[in-house]
Design a protein around this ligand. Structure first.
Ligand SMILES: Cc1cc2nc3c(=O)[nH]c(=O)nc-3n(C[C@H](O)[C@H](O)[C@H](O)COP(=O)(O)O)c2cc1C
Length: 189
């Protein structure tokens, strides 16, 4: 068994204070015990990234963009958890992903994609679109790593990620285990 500490960058697609998707990322952090051998950090610069413009898409041109790319480069894996806005990925998240199309920080990097919604569909349309974008930029997708969470509400998780719902707990543990397996597999290959 490996004792390597995997560095995981978490990205929430919601800028909202008290976001339920951000709470899920915090919940994942709380649920990961030592056996998970993962260290998490939450990327908090999504709202500071400028609008993507190919003319400005150069190495080290913009501080906020370079900071984002650097955080991705120094992580072994990524977990994205996003709301669905108008049947798609929130513009802020798509904007961030557009900044790494040419620079390629997610290339071959394990990425878990989650979308939580109060609806019965669990952000399925956002998830489908997000997965297509991630595949386009050659992120490493894996079994158990693309997960919609339907009927999400505040009774199931506290603002700091305390999970109060047993089904949600199992879902989140499943994502952590799937990511861990993928990281270990990649390390061995
Ligand atoms: C502009 C906007 C558009 C939305 N569109 C959808 C949608 O298409 N599908 C959906 O399931 N929920 C939609 N919702 C509801 C969100 O799923 C809900 O507000 C969720 O709690 C947002 O996640 P957050 O708490 O992490 O910000 C929308 C919410 C907003 C503010």
């Amino acid at each position: 068994m490996s004792h390597h500490m995997y560095q995981i960058l978490m990205i929430s697609g919601s800028l909202k204070l008290g976001s339920i998707n951000t709470a899920i990322l915090k919940g994942l952090t709380l649920l990961a015990d030592e056996a998970m051998t993962m260290r998490f950090s939450l990327y908090e610069g999504l709202g500071e990234l400028p609008h993507f413009n190919p003319d400005r898409d150069t190495p080290q041109a913009i501080e906020a963009v370079e900071h984002f790319r650097e955080q991705l480069r120094s992580s072994d894996g990524v977990i994205i958890c996003t709301p669905e806005y108008a049947a798609g990925v929130p513009g802020t998240l798509k904007n961030a992903l557009d900044w790494i199309v040419s620079s390629g920080e997610l290339m071959n990097k394990p990425v878990a994609a989650i979308s939580a919604s109060p609806s019965m569909q669990g952000g399925a349309k956002a998830l489908e679109s997000l997965e297509a974008t991630l595949r386009m930029i050659d992120a490493r997708m894996f079994s158990g790593g693309v997960v919609g969470i339907p009927q999400m509400n505040r009774n199931k998780i506290g603002p700091d990620g305390e999970v109060a719902d047993s089904e949600l707990r199992l879902t989140l543990l499943g994502i952590l285990n799937a990511l861990k397996s993928e990281l270990e597999e990649q390390q061995e290959s």
